[in-house]
Design a protein. Structure first.
Length: 240
């Protein structure tokens, strides 16, 4: 199966190892993984900030860059949710309308691709730790992802997963929300970390590095004994 990778901007710049681990897992599932080096942003930051014309230019490039790919897989429900749910709004009544419709059927968040398309849940991962899982708003609300990550984590040997209270509540990141409403954003992160800490977990796992980046910043600022891990890094643990 041929898979085109889409690596979001901040993953490319700040967490490239997660992208490499995603490749490792996909190749173990016998996928042929392709990376188009021309790719840039999906256009979400500009769209969310209200710059729809500028976003449309970036999104048109995205459509062109991923033409003809069987499947597009990304380690971010946020970007996938944006392409699936908002490209149609941007390109409504345009000549690209059908391309957008087709694109939205071919793009998948990493965990849903593993469980829904490849139908593989066990990758032989080993990680001896206690963890709790954070549902990102994008995964839960934009992509309707809830069970897929938990199924995958249930097969990780040595991993003890405990659900935290209010697991579906936002962590407070929300892209530009964290900049515009810093105090509220920090308050939400504080509550999320309290809930995670009450489970006695050592690690917080999620599908979205944007949430994890936000929470990790809070954890380091408070010098707390917690770590964050993207699910691709978890699934790539303990095997070569």
């Amino acid at each position: 199966m041929k898979v085109q990778l889409f690596i979001p901007c901040f993953v490319d710049q700040l967490y490239p190892q997660t992208a490499f681990n995603m490749i490792k897992v996909l190749e173990k599932a016998t996928c042929e993984v392709v990376y188009n080096t021309n790719q840039t942003c999906c256009g979400q930051p500009a769209f969310n900030a209200g710059f729809w014309d500028e976003a449309r230019t970036v999104c048109s490039k995205f459509i062109k860059d991923f033409e003809g790919a069987d499947y597009i897989v990304a380690p971010s429900a946020s970007c996938v949710g944006f392409v699936r749910n908002y490209y149609s709004k941007l390109f409504e009544n345009s000549s690209q309308h059908n391309q957008v419709k087709d694109l939205s059927k071919r793009i998948y968040e990493f965990t849903e691709f593993l469980t829904d398309v490849l139908k593989i849940e066990n990758f032989g991962a080993v990680l001896n730790t206690t963890a709790t899982y954070h549902d990102s708003c994008a995964a839960l609300r934009e992509c309707k992802i809830k069970e897929a990550p938990r199924k995958l984590l249930s097969h990780v040997k040595g991993l003890q997963l405990t659900e935290m209270n209010d697991v579906e509540t936002c962590c407070g990141f929300g892209g530009s929300f964290a900049v515009k409403f810093e105090a509220i954003s920090i308050g939400m992160a504080d509550q999320k970390i309290i809930n995670a800490s009450q489970t006695k977990a050592e690690v917080i796992i999620s599908t979205d590095l944007s949430c994890l980046m936000h929470l990790d910043g809070y954890i380091k600022g408070k010098n707390l004994p917690l770590k964050t891990m993207h699910i691709a890094d978890v699934l790539a643990s303990g095997w070569e």
